[in-house]
Every structure is written in structure tokens, then in C-alpha cells.
Design a protein around this ligand. Structure first.
Ligand SMILES: Cc1ncc(COP(=O)(O)O)c(C=O)c1O
Length: 382
């Protein structure tokens, strides 16, 4: 099990921060890299030619390493929504078919399809939140539903952001493939924690941002694109996506054909070496710790929390159905609307999400945080 990494963060002992699923704090090393990079932008004449390219190559490799991808199959993008919109432009959803999403999934893997459905003549079907918390079985049943329209796409999160349900993506990918459906995975609450290997999962698109679980800044996200979709038209048109369009050449539009690989989908301004370097460092830290030691630590903490809250009347998903790093408390009589505020007043931080209280520890949390949460929750929450 990974030991607590609190010393690598700027986190006073009296702060009980259990809200990584909203936004993680930046490790000191990531903050320091950001400060140094700002200084470099302050004196850009000192930068070597090719410096930016080293930065985005490093970030692309770090992102690829976390999901078992080759870096040529990873695009640099600014947000999950940007990646889904790219997929929306690349994938052809046939008229009369259906796209499967999760009920109340985050907007990013959902709204693109809702907004295209009417003009595209397809339907968006929501998999209802299962009463027993078993998202995997609910999605499998929806994929196989008799009499349903042909399935064109499953566009889902691999961990549900509000209830913390963990989906068995290997089984879902297999079932979707058997129906000839494409699969888009929003792996925002997964990458870096649970092991993901795109080579065995074979999704069409898999997307994640850096500002939550992989300890990076806002405005940085990464998209794995299966080779079979690396021939589409990108969301925006950039010089970097073309074979030879260079300001330093004597002929500007020398070769406007698209480059090979997923980098044709890279965002504009990928030269942003301040946050790109920060993102790379956070992802490299996660990779160095490794999935299994991280999962061991975070599931130890969420299990302790579940045990500590056992007689308080809150309900949690069964251990085998929930993500190791997210514990969402359901309140049979409803959550007091000011509960998160009352906790925050005691320096205990968790997030209200769709009527639940979502608790999401990360590598800086320890048993003392768990004890503190349980004690304060019993004091102000009951
Ligand atoms: C499941 C999920 N996907 C995506 C995001 C972020 O989306 P975007 O990068 O498009 O802002 C979040 C943020 O809360 C999320 O919970």
C-alpha cells in the first residue's frame, strides 16, 4: 500500500480535504514547476527552439503511460467536452440508431449527443440509476435490450461522478462491440487510480482531464483515439495538425494534408508550456506510485469511512460496486442542505452532489482525516 504522501502537498494538518473528485490540490512539485514556467514566459527570449515541443511530447507520453497507450494515439485537448465534441464530429451516428448514456452522468459525455440527436435522427437513451447501485448490470441490460434500435454508441463515465459507482468497462466494452457499437469512455474519475489499458479495452475514444485525480492544472485533458478514427476532421483547424504548415518556412501552406496519429486532433495553443509541464509532472507522479498501491491506500480509507459511518443512517454503495476512491453518502430522509457548509466550517471538505455527500480521498489523506471526518460528521451532520 502506498504510504501517505501528505508531505508532498501544501496541506496543513488541521485541513481535512476529502474532495479530490472536485479538484485536487497541486503537489508542491507541480506548483513549483508552474512558477518556474511562468518565469520562463516572462523572458521568452531565453527559450530554446523546440522547447515547447519537448513539453507537449512529455505530457503526451505521461498521459499515454497512464492508460497503456502509445503516445501517437493520444491528442492534447483542453477539456473532456472538447474531446467529446471531436468524437461528435468524427463518428457517424446513423439515423434511427441510439446512443447510450448514464442517467445524470456529467454533461461532458452526454450533451454532445443530446444536441445532435434531433438533426441526426437518432435517440439518446439514458440508463436509469439502478436502485441496487449496480451500474454495470444496468448498462449491460440496456445494451442487450430486446427490440431496441441499433446501438451506435455507448458514451459513459467509467466511474459515476455523483454516486461513485464503478463500472466494469471490460464487460461493457465486450458487450458494446458484440452489437457493433462504438464506445466513448469518460475516464475522468478513473485514470491514475484504477488500472486502464486501452490496448485490451479497445475503446474508440477515452478522455480524461488533469485537474482532479492526476494532480494537475485546469485546461489540460487528453484523448486516446483508436487508430480506426485517426482519419477524421478535427474540431479546430491548426497548423500542428497538418504535415507542413510552418511560419518559419518560406512557403506557409506547403502541405496541408493531415499528419498521422491522434495529434491531428490536438487543440490550438498546445505550446502552452506552463500548464503542460504541470500536467506532465502530476501524471508522472501518479504513474510512479502505480495503480495497485494507490488503490490499496484509497480503498483502505473509503472502507474505514464506511465502517465509521455505519450506524449513522447514511447509505453507501456496496464495496464491490463502488470505486475504491469515492464514497458517496445517501441520506434516506434527505441531506440537510447546509451540511457541506457546516462541515467546511470545521475545515472538513466534501462535496454535495445530487443529494448525496461525495467523499473523495487522495494520496495525501490518512487515517487521521478519516477519524476527523467521522467525528465532525457525527457532531454536525446528525
Ligand atoms: C465525469 C466528468 N467528466 C468530465 C468532467 C469535466 O468535464 P470538462 O473537462 O468538459 O469540463 C467532470 C467534472 O466534474 C466529470 O465529473
Amino acid at each position: 500500500m502506498l504510504p501517505s504522501q501528505r508531505a508532498l502537498f501544501d496541506m496543513p494538518r488541521d485541513v481535512c480535504f476529502l474532495n479530490a473528485a472536485s479538484w485536487s490540490p497541486l503537489p508542491l512539485a507541480v506548483q513549483e514547476a508552474g512558477r518556474a514556467a511562468i518565469g520562463r514566459k516572462g523572458q521568452p527570449w531565453k527559450l530554446d527552439a523546440g522547447f515547447q515541443a519537448q513539453q507537449y511530447d512529455r505530457a503526451r507520453k505521461a498521459a499515454a503511460a497512464l492508460i497503456g497507450a502509445d503516445s501517437v494515439d493520444v491528442a492534447l485537448i483542453p477539456s473532456v467536452g472538447y474531446g467529446v465534441s471531436t468524437a461528435g464530429k468524427v463518428l457517424k451516428i446513423p439515423r434511427g440508431s441510439r446512443v447510450l448514456v448514464l442517467q445524470d452522468d456529467h454533461t461532458s459525455p452526454v450533451l454532445e449527443w443530446m444536441s445532435r440527436a434531433e438533426a441526426g435522427g437518432f435517440s439518446v437513451e439514458q440508463v436509469k440509476q439502478p436502485a441496487d447501485g449496480d451500474w454495470t448490470s444496468a448498462v449491460l441490460a440496456a445494451i442487450d435490450r430486446a427490440g431496441a434500435a441499433p446501438l451506435a454508441l455507448v458514451s459513459i463515465s467509467s466511474v459515476h461522478w455523483s454516486d461513485g459507482g464503478a463500472l466494469d468497462m471490460a464487460r461493457i466494452a465486450k458487450a458494446a462491440k458484440a452489437k457493433g457499437s462504438a464506445l466513448l469512455v469518460d475516464a475522468t474519475h478513473d485514470v491514475g487510480v484504477r488500472k486502464i489499458d486501452v490496448k485490451t479495452l479497445d475503446p474508440d475514444f477515452l478522455i480524461f482531464p488533469t485537474y482532479k485525480w492526476v494532480l494537475g492544472p485546469y485546461g489540460r485533458a487528453f484523448m486516446y483515439v483508436a487508430k480506426r478514427h485517426q482519419n477524421g476532421v478535427p474540431l479546430e483547424q491548426t497548423a500542428g495538425a497538418r504535415r507542413a504548415v510552418s511560419a518559419e518556412d518560406t512557403l506557409y501552406f506547403r502541405d496541408v494534408s493531415y499528419t498521422d496519429g491522434a495529434k491531428r486532433y490536438d487543440m490550438g495553443e498546445r505550446d502552452h508550456f506552463v500548464s503542460m509541464e504541470m500536467a506532465a509532472i502530476g501524471m508522472e507522479m501518479m504513474a510512479a506510485w502505480g495503480n495497485a498501491p494507490i488503490v490499496a491506500r484509497l480503498s483502505m480509507l473509503t472502507d474505514l469511512l464506511a465502517d465509521g459511518l455505519a450506524n449513522t443512517g447514511v447509505q453507501v454503495l456496496d464495496k464491490k460496486l463502488r470505486a475504491p476512491h469515492v464514497l458517496s453518502l445517501a441520506f434516506p430522509k434527505g441531506m440537510a442542505p447546509d451540511l457541506p457548509k457546516r462541515l467546511a466550517a470545521e475545515n472538513v471538505h466534501a462535496a454535495p452532489r445530487l443529494g448525496r455527500l461525495r467523499i473523495s480521498p487522495h494520496v495525501y489523506n490518512d487515517e487521521e482525516d478519516v477519524e476527523r471526518f467521522v467525528e465532525v460528521f457525527k457532531k454536525v451532520g446528525l
